[in-house]
Each structure stands twice: as C-alpha cells, then as structure tokens.
Design a protein. Structure first.
Length: 364
C-alpha cells in the first residue's frame, strides 16, 4: 500500500493549483511518492490521466528503480534527472509544471528552463512550494509502523547504554557505542551526528559528541536517533553522574514537568504555538524560561527535521497522523543543561509516546 494513494493526494493538491504536472526532485519526496531510494532521481506526476508518472534516474539504478518504483515508467538518462524530466515533459506536451522552489537552486532552475523550448521557458515552471513535503507531515499506517520500529530501536539503545556512561570515558566513546549497537540492530545510519554533551558542555543545546571526558559529577545529555527502513527516530534523555546539587535536581524536575505538560497538550486541532506555550509556561513559572532558547519541537519522518514546527506563535494546527518531537530544555551557559525529548504520534484525542524509555531522574 502507500505510494499509489500518496500520488493521488499529490495530484489532487496539484490540480487545485492549476498545474498539469508536478516535477519532484527532493529525494525524500521522491522516495515517499514511489519508493525509489537512489541518489539521483526526478519524478514527474502528471495531473491528467494521459500519462503514467515517470521516474527518471541514471544507468547505475536501472534494476533498483524497476524493483522499487513499481507502477512508474522508468526513464534512464545519462544526465541530470531533473533536466531529462524537463525534456520528457516538453515532448509530452505538458505546459505548466509545479516545482518546489525551496529545494531547487537558481542554477538548477536555469538548466531546467534551458531544457524546454524557448516559448515554454517562462510559463512551464510554476513554484508550488513544499507541496509534497507538506503532504508528508501526515503519516499513513505503513509509515507509522516504520516510525514505531525506529523509535523503539532508539529506546533499546538508550536502555542499554548506561555501562558506557562512566567518568573518564569520552563523549565520542559513548556516541560510538550507541552507533555500533544501532548498526548491529539494523539501522542504516544515525538520523544526525549524535549529541553527547557532558558536564558544562550539557549547556550547549547542540553539543556534538567530542573528545571531552565525562566528569565524575554532572549531567550527560544524549540526543540521538536512528534511520531504520528510511524513517528517522529522535529522542533525548539527560542523566546525572554522581551526586547532584539541589539546583540541578530542581532544573531537571522543571524540564520534566514542562515536557510532560507539553505532551499532554498535544492532540489534533491544537496549534504548534499552543504546545510550545504549554512547555514554556511551566518554565516561566520556575523562572527558567530565559534559558529555554529553542523551539519545543518539530515533525520527523523520512527527514529528521520536517514540519510542522512547534514554536512560539505557530498557527499551524496539528492533525492526527503527524509525528512530532516534544523537547524543551534549559541551558545555563557555562554551567549545565537539561533536555528531555520524546517522539509522539498525534491522535484525535491526544498523543501516543513512541519513545517510552524512562524520564525519571537517573543517577549513575
Ligand atoms: Zn533530538
Ligand atoms: Zn528533535
């Protein structure tokens, strides 16, 4: 199931915009529309029924394209897939194609225009924004299954990492242990360079694992994800090495309360801004909000950062089937930081947590 219904959605959205085809070159969109996972691809989805959708790729991918993109006509071209797709559209008599200007360089657009007859150059390419990427925000049953599996693997990795979190080990060693276990368990890669930020480095919201040694006392923030069957997971837990101060415990409890309050605010119909405010208001009451310096969350799927954004003043409403992160944090510069992040599935009535590893205080 899946891709055929997704192409129908894309056609319906394109028809409303008055274009007679969509040219899709952003690779996660290509994968979503037809299942193809190669690194050079363009898909043309015609709005009318005169043509089947086509997948253009190059000779390295002939067999793979036919196997993965069943239902599409595969065109092999020894040049840029986008340019070959434009030539095909012009020959097929298509006059107005929608493309995602946010994922097309100026240079690529010039080449695309040069690939069609001069009289079509102005009218052919209609910017339609992130039309397909936006459709991807709402996951179908097949995708939700894959995201559950990716998130569950992330949890198993976290639950199994404590023996590596010892004073004197480097952050890089902890990250490597996570990644080694992830690959053994079938992950193709990590969703992003793992964050292992210890001691004062935990006050860096994006402290990539470094050669810093874990201290005998202090926080260790782990923010990581795996890619499993194309889908990303994303979770953060913060643990403490040695005896904590009362202030460290107070900050942890406040971040946890903010995170749980925001998760409880999630359901179809609320806005990204509502969820952000739910987290921020808890930290405001604790007089910690000035240290919460990023947004509360983001969509996740084939890409690690997708829409919708869960941030101040975001009016985009959440819908059932979206998968978003809820990840408030407090970062006191030069001293310490705490972040707690879950991936949740938005439902009509609430949120289902896909990353159920414990969020209780962990002291190692
Ligand atoms: Zn994360
Ligand atoms: Zn995240």
């Amino acid at each position: 199931m899946g891709e055929n219904a997704r192409r129908k959605q894309a056609v319906a959205a394109a028809r409303k915009l008055g274009v007679d085809a969509l040219l899709v070159t952003h690779l996660p969109d290509v994968r979503w529309l037809c299942g193809f996972t190669g690194s050079n691809a363009a898909v043309v989805v015609p709005v009318g029924s005169r043509f089947r959708p086509i997948l253009v790729t190059d000779g390295r991918y002939t067999a793979q394209a036919k196997a993965e993109a069943a239902g599409l006509k595969v065109v092999i071209a020894p040049k840029s897939a986008a340019i070959a797709a434009c030539e095909w559209m012009a020959q097929a008599g298509l006059k107005r194609c929608g493309f995602d200007e946010g994922n097309t360089t100026v240079a690529a657009l010039k080449q695309m225009q040069a690939a069609v007859p001069a009289k079509l150059r102005r009218s052919m390419f209609q910017p339609v924004g992130a039309l397909v990427s936006t459709l991807r925000w709402i996951k179908d049953a097949d995708e939700i299954g894959k995201m559950r599996d990716a998130a569950a693997l992330g949890c198993r990795l976290f639950d199994d990492i404590f023996e590596h979190i010892v004073p004197g080990a480097t952050e890089a060693e902890v990250a490597l242990a996570l990644e080694y276990k992830a690959k053994l368990a079938g992950a193709t890669e990590m969703s992003f360079p793992s964050i292992v930020a210890s001691g004062p480095r935990s006050s860096l919201p994006h402290g990539r694992a470094s050669s810093a040694k874990l201290p005998s006392r202090g926080f260790v923030t782990l923010d990581f994800g795996v890619v499993l069957d194309g889908y990303c997971s994303d979770m953060t837990r913060t643990v403490h090495l040695g005896k904590a101060t009362a202030e460290e415990q107070r900050v942890y409890e406040a971040v946890l309360e903010a995170q749980e309050t925001a998760v409880a605010a999630v359901r179809a119909g609320v806005t990204g801004g509502d969820v952000d405010e739910a987290a921020r208001s808890v930290l405001r009451r604790a007089k910690l909000d000035k240290w919460f310096t990023h947004s509360t969350g983001h969509g996740v799927g084939l890409e690690i950062h997708e829409g919708p954004r869960l941030a101040a003043k975001q009016t985009q409403k959440l819908e059932a089937g979206m998968v978003v992160t809820i990840e408030p944090g407090v970062y006191i510069p030069g001293r310490f930081g705490v972040r707690i992040e879950d991936m949740v599935l938005v439902t009509k009535t609430g949120a289902e947590i896909l990353t159920p590893s414990t969020k209780a205080w962990i002291q190692l």
